[in-house]
Structures are given as structure tokens and as C-alpha cells.
Design a protein around this ligand. Structure first.
Ligand code: PGA
Length: 249
């Protein structure tokens, strides 16, 4: 793993977006894993700028989001489907038929997780997975626990995750208690991972994930095993890291 550390969050976003562009241009029909949350917002804004400048096109990509809340339809403002429309899809040339997100409004979550797993893993791995980490160490919605799943699955969100994610919901609205997430299998099989994290609040969990032991209590710790992961951090998020670091000035 190569950990690139930038003076500011904006510079980390820009560098990650440049690398994303370089990688997708080297693949004929790229299968791309996308993420939601506050972390990728600036990164997606950069991708939109590259698209507007004509240096990046999405028309040959197929995208697969990591996760979606159960109980929210794609038009619900807090669904990850709506997030993707707002921050990326509505501004780029990615055909609607090539955007994939688990169906949060499914009548059978287990069946939907199975369907989504086959769709993503299909006949070939993801060419690139965009990744961040939650404050409790989750990746996608693979929450800390006694075990981790390889396949996409229904997950009951921890109270900590629901509390953190409240920031995206209006006051009084209930954060869904469950979600469908890709498992560690699709994530670890991705040919490349671009990992992004910013801000002081991520510093402690990054130290545990990148320099601590592998443990299901910190699902992100398994990313240490990925052979082609490139990490983009700002200096606040990176402040406790000492191994494999490359400080960009
Ligand atoms: P955040 O979430 O970007 O909102 O911090 C990251 C995550 O939960 O993976």
C-alpha cells in the first residue's frame, strides 16, 4: 500500500481524481466501484470538472455502488441513489443503464443482496474500487463484529454508524437500521483500490486500520492485504501514520 499525504483535503481529492482518470483511461470498459458519504464529495466534484473540461468521459464505464439503505427508494433524498445523482450522475455522461446500486426498496433484502453480488462479481472483478472508512472502521457497510462476510449481504447498522450518518438526515428523520452492502470479497478482489480519507477525526481509525493487527473489529484493517491499493489522505487524517508514507508537498 502506498500512502500519499497532501497538505489539504482539496489536494488529496484532486490527486485521487487524477489517478482515477488515469486508471479508467487504461481500461476498455471499466467496471468501477463507487462509494458515498462525506468523503467522496470533493473527489466527485473534481471528476465533474474533468468531465466538463473534456478530459474524462464515463460513457464506457459501468458503476457499482458499495451499499444502500434498506427502506429508502431511489428518489428518497437520503438514499445513496439520490446522493449519486446529486454529486455525480446528473452532471456526467454515464448512461443510466450502466449505474448500479442495490435496491433499497426491495421486498426481499436477502434475495436482492444475492442478485447484487452476482451482478458485481459477474465474470470479472471490479477494475477499480473507490473506498473510504467509517469512524468505527467499517468499509462499505461491513460493520465491526465477530465475523465478516465475503458476499453482499443485509447488515444491521451499529448505533454508532446511525448516529454518525444522522448528519445527512433532516432533524427528526430516522436513519434506517439496515442496509445492503457488498462484502469483503468484491472489495478485496478489485484490481485496484483508491482509498480516500480526510480530517482529524479519521486519524485514529486510520492508524488502527493501516498499522494495527488484522481484526474483524476493524474491517478496514483487511485492506492492508490488498496488493494494489493507493491511499490519498490530507495531513490531518494522516497525523498518526508512520509506515509506507509519501508526504507530498
Ligand atoms: P464519511 O463515511 O465519508 O461520511 O466519513 C465514510 C464511510 O462510512 O465509509
Amino acid at each position: 500500500m502506498k500512502i500519499n499525504i497532501y497538505p489539504t483535503a482539496e489536494e488529496a481529492d484532486y490527486a485521487a481524481a487524477l489517478r482515477f482518470t488515469e486508471i479508467v483511461k487504461s481500461v476498455i470498459k471499466p467496471k468501477i466501484g463507487l462509494a458515498t458519504g462525506t468523503t467522496p464529495i470533493g473527489f466527485y466534484a473534481q471528476l465533474v470538472k474533468f468531465y466538463q473540461k473534456g478530459v474524462l468521459s464515463f460513457k464506457d464505464m459501468t458503476t457499482y455502488n458499495l451499499d444502500e439503505y434498506i427502506g429508502l427508494s431511489p428518489d428518497h433524498p437520503q438514499s445513496f441513489a439520490a446522493f449519486m445523482d446529486n454529486h455525480l450522475f446528473s452532471a456526467i455522461d454515464l448512461p443510466a443503464a450502466q449505474r448500479n446500486i442495490p435496491h433499497g426498496d426491495t421486498a426481499d433484502s436477502h434475495l436482492e443482496a444475492e442478485r447484487y453480488n452476482s451482478l458485481v462479481e459477474g465474470n470479472s472483478p471490479l477494475d477499480l474500487q473507490l473506498m473510504s472508512i467509517g469512524l468505527n472502521g467499517h468499509i462499505g457497510f461491513n460493520e465491526p463484529g465477530e465475523t465478516l462476510s465475503t458476499s453482499a449481504h443485509l447488515v444491521h447498522l451499529t448505533e454508532e454508524t446511525r448516529e454518525v450518518n444522522k448528519k445527512s438526515f433532516t432533524q427528526g428523520e430516522v436513519v434506517p437500521s439496515s442496509a445492503i452492502t457488498l462484502g469483503l470479497g468484491a472489495i478485496m478482489k478489485a484490481k485496484r483500490i483508491l482509498f480516500l480519507a480526510k480530517g482529524d477525526e479519521k486519524a485514529e481509525i486510520l492508524k488502527q486500520a493501516f498499522e494495527g493487527p488484522l481484526t474483524t473489529k476493524v474491517p478496514g484493517s483487511f485492506l492492508q492485504l490488498h496488493p494494489h491499493m493507493e491511499v490519498f489522505l490530507d495531513k490531518d487524517a494522516a497525523k498518526y501514520l508512520t509506515v509506507n508514507i509519501n508526504v507530498v508537498t
